[in-house]
Design a protein around this ligand. Sequence first.
Ligand SMILES: Oc1cc(-c2ccc(F)cc2)cc2nccnc12
Ligand SMILES: [Mg+2]
Length: 214
Amino acid sequence: YGSTRPERILAEVKSKATRGDARSVVDTIDQYCRHQEWAMNVGDEKGTILDSIVCEVKPRAMLELGTYCGYSAVRIASLLPPNSRLITMEFNPVFAAIARQVIAWAGVEDKVVLIEGPSGDWIPKMKKEFGLTSFDLVFLDHWKDCYLPDTKLMEECGLLRTGSILVADNVICPGAPDYLEYVRGSPRYESKYFRSHLEYTRVEDGIEKSVFLG
Ligand SMILES: Oc1cc(-c2ccc(F)cc2)cc2nccnc12
Ligand SMILES: [Mg+2]
């Protein structure tokens, strides 16, 4: 029986990355996905944009929608200030099982809470489950047709406060046109596009950063 792409990525991390070193896990995955087999990590180029926003915001409470193999969870967690938390949500159990191991190998498991299941089910439960008031920063990197409904759900559930920031991957490729139209057209958001490329390729893609104005 064949291995899956996430399993091959985990194997590469375990054989090449230094245990407890988040940066070496990130670099190992980038190296593998650029030169061996492409995978849908946010990647090094867009990852640098994400890093700058995380460092600027210094979130106490951050949410990631779409964990995949844990690449961006590790990247983000390595930048979080002490006693901050990243909650990352993954629908696919195979991806979640791999991500747990990648996060552990990187040594950031005390900053990351991985929850499995559909975002639509979990978002309404977040406040109670995690004793949260709101998220300072949300990274949307799951299925593109969920960006808009999940954003509206976060608004309705009071998970966004004045100044909360949404960062969305793949707004060009594969694209999230309804989401873009919403955040760019709504008076409740101040939106900015960071032009970049689809991970490990020369195809145009970008990140949309949107500040919730309340
Ligand atoms: O960063 C990404 C890229 C792609 C993707 C797949 C196939 C292509 F041909 C192009 C782009 C899908 C994604 N799904 C969820 C989260 N992130 C994704
Ligand atoms: Mg993505």
